[in-house]
Ligand binder design. Sequence first.
Ligand code: PEP
Ligand code: MN
Length: 358
Amino acid sequence: MTNLEFKPLYPDWTGRPIVMAGPCSAESEEQVLETARALASQNIHLFRAGIWKPRTRPNSFEGVGSIGLKWLKKVKEETGLKVTTEVANRNHLSEALKFGVDVIWIGARTTVNPFSVQEIADGLQGVDIPVLIKNPINPDLNLWIGAIERIYKAGIQRIGVVHRGFSHYGNSPFRNEPRWSIPIELMRRFPDLTVICDNSHICGNRHMLGAIAQRAMDLNYHGLMTETHPNPDEAWSDAKQQITPEVFGTLIADLKIRDVSSSDESFLNHLEDLRHQIDLIDDQLLTYLGVRMELARKIGEYKKDNSISILQPSRWNEIVETAVEKGKGKGLSEIFIEKLLTAVHQESISQQNKVMNQ
Ligand code: PEP
Ligand code: MN
C-alpha cells in the first residue's frame, strides 16, 4: 500500500509533546484514580493503564481484566481526561469500546502477529477511534508497517505509532534497544504519522527516561508515553521503570522543545548553505563508492583468474584497524567506522562473488 493518508489523533492535539501517561497496570480503583488526578493537574493529553497485561513469564500479574475498564470510565468522568488501554484480541476490543475507551493501543507482542492484528482490524470496521500501534518486539520495520496497513484498511486514519524499543539478547543499557533508525525510516515513509516515544519500555529504569525523552523530541517525535505510578517501587508490574506523577511533571518541564522549522530568512539561508555542502559531499561519497566497487570487481576478476578465494581476513582486519585509528582523529566513533566499513565490505564481497561465479 502506498500513499496512506493519516490524520492527527485529535485535531486540537497540535503542540509538542503530546503527553500520554499513567500506570503500567491498573491495580485498584484507588491507584488508578490517584494517578489520574495527579496527572490531570499536569494537563496531560491521554491517561494510559494496562488492563490485560502480556507478561513474558507466567505467574506474573497479568492484569485485573474488564473491571479495570470501570475505573477508566471513572477517570474520564471525574477528570475529563481521555483514556487508553491495550487490546490484544477482538474480545478486549469490544470490551474497551463498550466502556468508552477513547484510544486503543496495540502492544508490541501483538504487532508481531498478523492474525491478531487482523482480528483487531476486523473488529474496528465502522468504528472511528484513534489507534496506537507499538513497534513489534523484533526489529522488523515491515512487520510494523504491515500492522499499520491492516488497521488503515479497516478505515482508521487516526493512527499513531509508539516506539518502545526492540528485544535483544545479552547486555545492554536498555531494556529494549531503541534502534532509532527504524522509527526514523518509518517517519520518512509516512511523514504525517503521529510518532510517540515510550521511553519507559526502552529504558526499563528511571535514570535514563529524561535523556531518551529529550532524544525523541530532538528527532521531532510528536509525543511521549511514560509509565507513572503513585508508589513506583510497589507497582505490580514494571516497578523499576515507573516514576511518580510529580517526577514525571519535572521530566516534561525540563524538556527542551525545539522548533521543527523556522521562517527566519538568515537562519534558513545559512542552513541551506550548509545542507548544500552536505549534498555535495554525499554526492562525492557515492561517486567514490562507485569507483571503489569497480576496483573490487577488478580484484574479483583477478582472483578468479588466479583461483584465489574472496575473503582475506588479515587484509580486512588491517583495513578496519587503520580506519578506526584515522577516524579517531576526525571525530568519528569506532562503532560508526566499523558499521560503515562492514557495509562497504559486504557490498564488495557480494560484487566480487558475482564476478567470480558468473
Ligand atoms: C505496556 O505498555 O505496559 C506494555 C505492555 O508495553 P509493550 O507492548 O510495549 O511491551
Ligand atoms: Mn509496562
